[in-house]
Write a protein that binds this ligand. Structure first.
Ligand SMILES: *Cc1c(COP(=O)(O)O)cnc(C)c1O
Length: 472
């Protein structure tokens, strides 16, 4: 009889390389503040990955060696001078939690086992944090993009009284509203749900980059008189370009009067709920019908994990539950309990993402995460004030939270792009660029628990130096 088990013949050897790997992983985390922000992936490693499907394995020791050679070549978002896009920084505790999750190899589609209770606890914490009622439901997902699809599907099904689940959407012309500053995950959800992106009305913004509320009202009225059916308004709490927060209370009022679902994209901004000082900025968030946000951004839970929260758990269940014979519940044993997580989203098999969320919260507590978020916002405010008085620089948007958009004054039109690329390739810092009012600007998003004032100072000095060097 052949031995087909994939367990090692030599457990001691496996333990040795596993402990070695854990050390290498923690070394990487411990040294997160050192060295260049970004190391381009070297050609020899790219080449070494290009091999045919191995018919025979090389064993654990050599495999782990190959894995370790990848460790220095991350995206850079563990480094305190990574300021691009909106990325979380991860924690060493999260690394450990992922090991435990992999060891349990739990499938959280459903059934009665410990991991389900951990996810339920995370759901309870989120429900309480956002002051949603006891009947509200939630689901741990891969990120805000997936959370948005889940939430908007429930919104659509509710508006169509669930008839569409069998018969399809039919002739009703559903339309939704969001601002021009919204993340493109909303348009993608419209496409995925078969609504079409034309059905998403992009409302203009005012000087603060917040949704223009009178324009929203006008758009709804125009659609209604044209015979269309408004079904959702998507507000943003923390826009990706400048960190703006829409007037959530005003949107909630309109949604209430018009009987329209109110969804909030709070990918990183909803995290302000953790900060005593910043929480008032989210006024109105507790009135949403649904909320999407990420744990992997400002909560620093290691990638990839986000959350969707739905006020009406019964509607959420009705939108996703589809019983199959092989998934029927039982009174006792593994198949007892329910509804299960799979009844609240499109995935059946689901990993134990909830464990790292639970672990990070248990280890640090919500207040410490909140203090770190608050510190990021203070650093951004100070940076904004410095830029405003620096003759070579121009602040291009108000600093709402943790994002600072600015421009280097130069005769070179591509100067901001050039500065960003040089900072990245020299490994000094990693801001990104974006377009504000038609102009390409440097965008620094401070969303890292490791970032200090010194990191900001170095980056600003290098931007001024590079701007001069590249302009002259
Ligand atoms: C990052 C982000 C998203 C997308 O979230 P993912 O977790 O990457 O899917 C959506 N909206 C905003 C405002 C974001 O910052």
């Amino acid at each position: 009889m052949p031995n087909t088990s994939l367990d090692p013949e030599n457990w001691e050897g496996l333990r040795a390389s596993a402990h070695d790997m854990l050390d290498a992983a923690l070394d990487k985390m411990q040294a997160a503040t050192e060295g260049p922000v970004w190391n381009p992936f070297p050609d020899n490693l790219k080449q070494s990955l290009k091999v045919d499907l191995p018919r025979e394995g090389i064993g654990v020791a050599r495999t782990q060696q190959a894995v370790q050679s990848l460790l220095p070549y991350g995206l850079g978002n563990t480094h305190p001078r990574f300021f691009g896009w909106v990325h979380g920084a991860g924690t060493p505790g999260g690394v450990v939690a992922d090991i435990a999750a992999a060891a349990m190899n739990a499938n959280l589609g459903g059934r009665d086992h410990g991991a389900i209770y951990v996810e339920n606890q995370v759901i309870d914490w989120v429900r309480a944090l956002f002051e949603f009622p006891a009947g509200a439901s939630g689901l741990v997902v891969s990120g805000t993009s997936m959370a948005t699809v889940v939430a908007l599907k429930v919104a659509r099904d509710v508006k169509l009284a669930f008839a569409n689940q069998q018969a399809g959407q039919g002739v009703v012309e559903l339309v939704g509203y969001t601002s021009v500053q919204t993340h493109n995950c909303v348009a993608r959800a419209f496409d995925l749900l078969g609504l079409g992106t034309d059905a998403l009305r992009l409302i203009g913004v005012g000087e603060n980059f917040e949704m223009d509320i009178p324009a929203l009202k006008a758009a709804i009225a125009a659609d209604k008189s044209a015979g269309k059916t408004p079904f959702c308004i998507v507000g943003t709490a923390g826009s990706v370009n400048v960190g703006a927060i829409d007037d959530l209370d005003a949107i909630a009022d309109i949604a209430g009067v018009e009987d329209i679902w109110f969804h909030i994209d709070g990918a990183f901004g909803a995290s302000l709920m953790l900060s005593e000082e910043m929480r008032p900025r989210l006024n109105g968030i507790t009135r949403a019908d649904s909320l999407a946000f990420d744990f992997h951004k400002w909560w620093h839970v290691n990638y990839a994990v986000g959350f969707v929260l739905i006020r009406n758990g019964a509607d959420h269940l009705r939108s996703f539950m589809m019983q199959a014979e092989y998934l029927a519940g039982q009174k006792r044993g593994l198949a007892a309990g329910g509804p299960w997580p799979t009844d609240y989203g499109p995935e059946l098999s689901r990993g134990f993402r909830a464990l790292k969320v639970w672990s990070v919260l248990m280890e640090h507590g919500a207040d410490k995460l909140g203090a770190s978020i608050n510190h990021n916002c203070e650093l951004a405010q100070k940076l904004g004030r410095k830029i405003a008085v620096e003759p070579q620089l121009e602040l291009c948007a108000p600093v709402a939270l943790n994002i600072v958009c600015f421009s280097y004054k130069s005769a070179r039109v591509d100067i901001n792009d050039e500065i960003v690329m040089e900072l990245q390739t020299r490994g000094i810092a990693a801001p990104s660029s974006t377009i504000i009012n038609g102009q390409t600007v440097i965008r620094m998003c401070i969303a890292n628990h490791r970032t200090t004032q010194a990191d900001i100072d170095v980056t600003l000095a290098e931007i001024l130096r590079l701007g001069y060097e590249l302009s002259n």
